[in-house]
Design a protein around this ligand. Structure first.
Ligand SMILES: NC(=O)c1ccc[n+]([C@@H]2O[C@H](COP(=O)([O-])OP(=O)(O)OC[C@H]3O[C@@H](n4cnc5c(N)ncnc54)[C@H](OP(=O)(O)O)[C@@H]3O)[C@@H](O)[C@H]2O)c1
Length: 234
């Protein structure tokens, strides 16, 4: 099985790459990085540079990968360049909102556009890391407008894709995954209220996600999974 981890240089992405390298059925892991090159190597591992917001780069990557068993998009942004999740609508910044959509939402659809053919050839999984705060049904706290909206839109994109691929890529399971709060640069400024037993290491998160992904099949396509295997409301 060949696996593509998009955002393989990130906290969760890198841990997932290592887990798949240890998986006996995996013959090759292609992992992408953007700003920070991957800092480990392995005989089964190929690093590729990718700006996931660039359609031409996604198309070029897909040209070199004719058959794929797993595509997992681990790219995401929550804060950066002095901007972070909004507490009130008055602090909404249009550029930050559009950046969240550009990085957290659109790339998953572009990946689907170019990798659908490769995912057709064997039983496969197409998954993206979403976030529980993207659940509309569970939004009891408010705030975090840009991030929440970008993940809710990602969820809708994945659900819609699952409907189309039920016919066009019938052996692929499309999944949205909530990794749980994980100790990475993305969550670092927001870990204050998280109890230690609910702040996972990237290695633990990767093992939990791998167990979910490897338990999926096409019948389960179009669902939103939490790190513990429970289904989340959209
Ligand atoms: N950590 C958590 O507690 C948590 C909770 C819920 C959901 N999530 C979701 O889980 C996913 C992974 O998060 P993480 O915690 O692992 O974050 P992270 O350590 O900050 O990693 C983010 C990744 O996104 C990549 N990236 C950012 N912009 C990119 C672009 N334009 N093109 C290509 N790659 C780009 C980064 O690449 P470079 O480093 O090479 O730039 C890096 O690989 C995200 O979707 C996040 O929303 C995380």
């Amino acid at each position: 099985m060949r696996v593509l981890v998009v955002g393989g240089s990130g906290g969760i992405g890198a841990a997932l790459v290592r887990c798949y390298l240890d998986h006996p059925q995996v013959v090759e892991v292609v992992a992408t990085w953007h700003d920070k090159p991957g800092d480990f190597s392995h005989s089964k591992l190929l690093w590729r540079r990718l700006d996931v917001t660039r359609e031409d780069q996604i198309a070029a990557l897909a040209d070199g990968v004719p058959v794929l068993g797993r595509l997992i998009n681990c790219v995401g942004v929550l804060h950066g360049a002095g901007k972070g999740p909004e507490k009130t609508v008055k602090s909404l910044d249009p550029a930050f909102f559009l950046q969240a959509m550009t990085v957290n939402t659109l790339p998953t659809l572009l990946l689907a556009k170019y990798f659908g053919e490769a995912l057709k050839r064997e039983q496969s999984v197409f998954a993206a890391l979403s976030a529980r705060v993207g659940s509309i049904g569970e939004n009891n706290l408010g705030g975090w407008y840009s991030y929440r909206a970008s993940k809710a839109a990602l969820n809708m994109a994945l659900k819609t894709l699952s409907r189309e691929w039920r016919v066009k890529v019938p052996r692929c399971c499309v999944a949205a995954l909530h990794p749980g709060t994980t100790d990475t640069p993305l969550s670092q400024p927001f870990q204050g209220n998280v109890t230690p037993d609910r702040l996972f290491t990237p290695e633990r998160t990767a093992r939990q996600l791998l167990a979910i992904i490897e338990g999926l099949n096409p019948e389960l396509s179009g669902r939103f999974w939490s790190w513990d295997g429970a289904e989340l409301p959209w």
